[in-house]
Ligand binder design. Structure first.
Ligand code: NAP
Length: 308
């Protein structure tokens, strides 16, 4: 068993910001990240609404800067997956190691939601993708479908246009959820076509994607639409499965935490996209992370937040 003042689970914007503030408070801190530090924002190429970067900034650069800033402090980062958290003893188990902490910050984020249609699982990596930034270059001059109607679809459709021959957005309603500025850009791009009031009911292909079945929700008609790739951007699900039954959550698994990031368990804090809130952005994930570190510091030092 290894002891730390603070263990942070997750190395996206929320976890890295919590680590920054914890390091500056001189808490002996461990950050656990199962993949590469940076989080799912790295599945977008650029971010245009992070303050201070007119014209936008590459997500790789932004997250590398956040990581470098944390590394200037004595925060330890380990590449492991937290598989269990005892919310009473505050012991985090990664399978290979156990860490006991004065406080724990959960910043485990969320993962892309699956469409859950026939062919999706079998053809993932063979034309089905959840990351345009990673896979778009494979679709040079090809015909791709992108599913969803939010900001992620808009940004990734515009990015895909740099490579693909045509980008066909399939959305289940008439109106998009994406911000107006992104909708304007999509409408101005002649490579982008909209298939509205429609859903993808299946993905077809022997070894790689060759078509999707699309159902028109108004007429009820279903037809195959030939394509080489399918990008799915229909929101996210919180990465909180390992905490089920241990903390109060909503019905979708988002952790309930107050404005101090205090959860239902003393000394356990939650921040970023794994927390139930109304607006999921990098900027407020960072804000959450700063607050969580402050609350954890106060809890450890016996000051207030965290219902010690
Ligand atoms: P989102 O905003 O939740 O949008 C998900 C889209 O997928 C919605 O259009 C939804 O349709 C559709 N959808 C959900 N389940 C579906 C299903 N089973 N079948 C078909 N369609 C389905 O998710 P997101 O675009 O991934 O963004 C996640 C969060 O990150 C949001 O808060 C977003 O604002 C934020 N974000 C912000 C930026 C930015 O500000 N630049 C960029 C990317 C993401 P309905 O509209 O009918 O519900």
């Amino acid at each position: 068993m290894i002891n730390y003042d603070l263990v942070i689970i997750g190395g996206g914007p929320a976890g890295l910001t919590a680590a920054l503030y914890a390091g500056r408070s001189r808490l002996n801190t461990l950050l656990i990240e199962k993949m590469s530090v940076g989080g799912k924002i790295l599945t977008s190429e650029t971010i245009e609404n992070y303050p201070g970067f007119p014209g936008g900034v590459s997500t790789t650069e932004l997250m590398a800067r956040m990581e470098a800033q944390v590394k200037e402090l004595e925060v330890k980062i380990t590449a492991e997956e937290a598989v269990e958290l005892d919310c009473v003893s505050r012991i985090v188990n990664t399978g290979s190691e156990s860490y006991q902490a004065g406080a724990v910050i959960i910043a485990s984020g969320s993962a892309p939601r699956k469409l859950d249609v026939p062919g999706e699982k079998e053809l993932t990596g063979r034309g089905v993708s959840y990351c345009a930034t990673c896979d778009a270059p494979f679709f040079k001059d090809k015909r791709v479908v992108i599913v969803g109607g939010g900001n992620a679809v808009a940004e990734e459709a515009l990015y895909l246009c740099r490579f693909a021959g045509s980008v066909n957005i399939v959305h289940r309603r008439q109106d998009l959820r994406a911000s107006k500025i992104l909708q304007e850009r999509m409408l101005a791009n002649e490579k982008i076509k909209f298939i509205l009031n429609s859903v993808v009911t299946g993905i077809k292909g022997a070894n790689k994607v060759s078509a999707v079945a699309i159902k028109d929700l108004v007429s009820g008609k279903e037809e195959d639409f030939a394509c080489d790739g399918v990008f799915i951007y229909i929101g996210h699900e919180p990465a909180t499965g390992f905490l089920k039954g241990k903390l109060q959550m909503d019905e979708s698994g988002y952790i309930l935490a107050d404005e101090h990031m205090v959860t239902s368990a003393p000394g356990i804090f939650a921040c970023g996209d794994c927390r139930k809130k109304g607006f999921y952005q990098v900027i407020n994930a960072c804000g959450d992370g700063a607050v969580a570190a402050d609350s954890a510091y106060k809890f450890i030092s016996g000051a207030t937040h965290g219902k010690k």
